[in-house]
Design a protein around this ligand. Structure first.
Ligand code: TXA
Ligand code: MG
Length: 318
């Protein structure tokens, strides 16, 4: 049985106790809902993979409530410090060398000698992490290959009966996952996300190469190309709508053309569009349409992350 609870103080305390007992708790963050387990425990982390039905063991992000804990887990250089100072708590994940005092399990790290760390900004996430008192491994709280959840009801639809507790903290404000920045040999953006490339470049002081991620890229094995897949076929950059297609619009370009249309942002704001992306994909998929025509979306700001997720949604299914 999965308990579904509003994220009250009592429910958050119960969530912390669940995590300490090695069980699974889904919780809101400002990006997407996460499926949390004690990151120090291989046994607890293994249950995340089982609940999600993940085909492979990808390394997971360890979530922390404090900079102190983060510095015990990862080795921060000057760039990592500057990025954490500027953007934590928030939608930034740092990949760092594991610190000698690190406690994140090998399974959560997929055997790598680096660790992905994030301090989320959502008050419920921070309170839960404090209650747990340990780093919490948390991928998005969806079944493997499905669209990431931005509302507690999405989590329930995917994981009911497979996890212990869902904390409902309302809709996620950002709506796409965190931006992952590696600070290993050089600074690299491994996954575009809720923090724009430009904001990161402003802090590091130089331009970071845009490189398109290939699903086989060994550095971020979690970036499977056919991820976020709706049932309906997704067609990108559409300038018209074909019979049987629902429409994911941007800026009213395809207005009036489809039977079912949702506009990510009528005013062309990529931040607003990101917040709606996953919920709208779910809704259009649930409409029963055979396909989803997606209007072109510029790469500005969070547009880069939106287009990355849409390319994955449109990729041939593996
Ligand atoms: O917004 C988010 O980041 C959400 C919320 C719940 O915080 N979490 C999330 O976690 O998206 P997950 O597990 O779905 O994404 C983990 C990503 C994967 O692409 C994985 O390959 C990468 O992080 N990753 C983790 N550890 C890594 C490492 N040591 N080196 C390179 N990539 C790593
Ligand atoms: Mg995910």
């Amino acid at each position: 049985m999965t308990a579904f609870k509003a994220a009250t103080t009592a429910a958050i305390a119960e969530g912390g106790a669940c995590l300490r007992a090695g069980r699974l708790v889904a919780f809101p963050t400002e990006t997407v809902y996460g499926l949390g387990a004690d990151a120090r425990s291989d046994v607890a982390v293994a249950q995340i993979y089982a609940a999600k039905g993940r085909p492979v063991f990808n390394p997971l992000i360890a979530h922390v409530a404090s900079r102190d804990l983060a510095e015990r887990e990862g080795r921060f250089d000057a760039t990592a410090r500057a990025l954490a100072d500027a953007f934590w708590p928030g939608p930034l994940t740092l990949v760092l060398p594991v610190a000698p005092t690190g406690s994140v399990s090998l399974l959560a790290r997929s055997g790598l000698d680096s660790v992905a760390l994030r301090m989320p900004a959502h008050p419920v996430a921070l309170a839960l992490l404090r209650a747990a008192g340990c780093p919490v491994a948390a991928p998005s709280a969806n079944r493997s290959g499905r669209i990431s959840p931005t509302e507690a009801a999405h989590v329930m639809a995917d994981l009911d009966g497979r996890i212990d507790l869902i904390l409902d903290g309302g809709a996620c404000s950002i709506g796409v996952e965190s931006t992952i920045v590696s600070c290993l040999d050089r600074v690299e953006i491994l996954r575009p996300g809720g923090l724009s490339r430009r904001a990161i470049e402003d802090v590091v002081g130089y331009r970071i190469d845009a490189r398109r991620h290939v699903e086989t890229a060994p550095v971020a094995p979690g970036l499977l190309l056919s991820h976020y897949a709706p049932r309906a076929a997704v067609r990108l950059g559409a300038s018209d709508v074909k019979a049987g297609e629902a429409v994911l619009d941007f800026g009213g370009r395809l207005v009036g053309q489809g039977a079912v249309t949702l506009d990510l942002s009528p005013g062309c704001d990529p931040t607003e569009a990101a917040a709606h992306l996953f919920a709208y994909l779910r809704q259009l998929d649930a409409s029963g349409a055979a396909g989803i025509a997606v209007a072109p979306i510029p790469d500005d700001g969070l547009g880069e992350a939106i287009n990355d997720r849409l390319r994955r949604a449109a990729a041939p299914r593996g």
